[in-house]
Design a binder for this molecule. Structure first.
Ligand SMILES: [Zn+2]
Length: 240
């Protein structure tokens, strides 16, 4: 299985619900992966390589918000805030163009010097740095800086330094983008809307909290939008 079919074989199998949103712990470094694991029951997330897992986070972002990330940062020179937009599709295409195809069915690569290396898996990320490095070279030698540089290209994730120019003072600088963090912060920022939507639906239909939390996020938001529009509709009818 090459990297393209590996990534496309992994997919989220159900939409996000309010129950998922309520379990979100924005302080946890594993929050995005926990969300992926909830939405892909039966998939062994711990066994996924980091790229495949990260692309599932991108898939979730795409389902919720589309392709574009609106990032905000602060200039390292003048201190002014500025924003920039990123297209996840463009970033992923750029990374995929740079990725060498694996040489073995398990997704690992063979080097001309005889070393056989593989991408880190999610389960590896809790190891000590030394133990992690040992795992990355399956045979033929030790892990070194060259292997790590190769793996950065061969097993990319959407946590990366991007070139940006401050619109206030014109300074070029590197800005850190971390998709998993960005997604979780954006979702966590919407918690007040979740409670308001639950309130509107419960007050209008008399459904229980549990029933409303089991609605998909899209259905919940659509129903809450209809309910919120009712007073305006009613007053328009009364006026005509
Ligand atoms: Zn600046």
């Amino acid at each position: 299985m090459d990297h393209t079919s590996q990534a496309s074989a992994a997919a989220l199998s159900r939409p996000l619900t309010g129950r998922d949103e309520l379990t979100l712990d924005p302080g946890s470094p594993w929050a995005a992966l926990d969300m992926v694991a909830r939405l892909a029951p039966g998939m062994d997330v711990q066994a996924l390589d980091v790229t495949t897992a990260d692309r599932l986070v991108a898939q979730l972002y795409g389902q919720l918000y589309g392709d574009v990330c609106d990032c905000r940062t602060r200039c390292v020179v003048c201190g002014e805030a500025f924003g920039f937009e990123l297209s996840l599709r463009t970033l992923i295409e750029m990374q995929d163009r740079e990725r060498p195809r694996p040489d073995f069915a398990d997704g690992s690569w063979s080097w001309t010097d005889g070393r056989r290396v593989r991408a880190p898996r999610i389960a590896d990320l809790t190891l000590t740095p030394e133990a992690l490095l040992e795992r990355l070279v399956i045979s033929g030698g030790a892990c070194d800086a060259a292997v790590l540089a190769f793996l950065e290209r061969a097993a990319p994730i959407l946590t990366l330094d991007l070139a940006a120019r401050c619109p206030h003072c014109g300074t070029d600088q590197e800005v850190r983008f971390d998709l998993a963090r960005y997604l979780i912060q954006r979702l966590a920022g919407e918690r007040p809307f979740l409670l308001r939507e639950v309130h509107l639906i419960a007050a209008r239909y008399g459904w229980s909290f549990a029933e409303i939390l089991d609605l998909s996020r899209d259905d919940r938001r659509a129903l809450a939008g209809l309910i919120a529009a009712e007073p305006a509709l009613a007053s328009r009818r009364a006026a005509s």
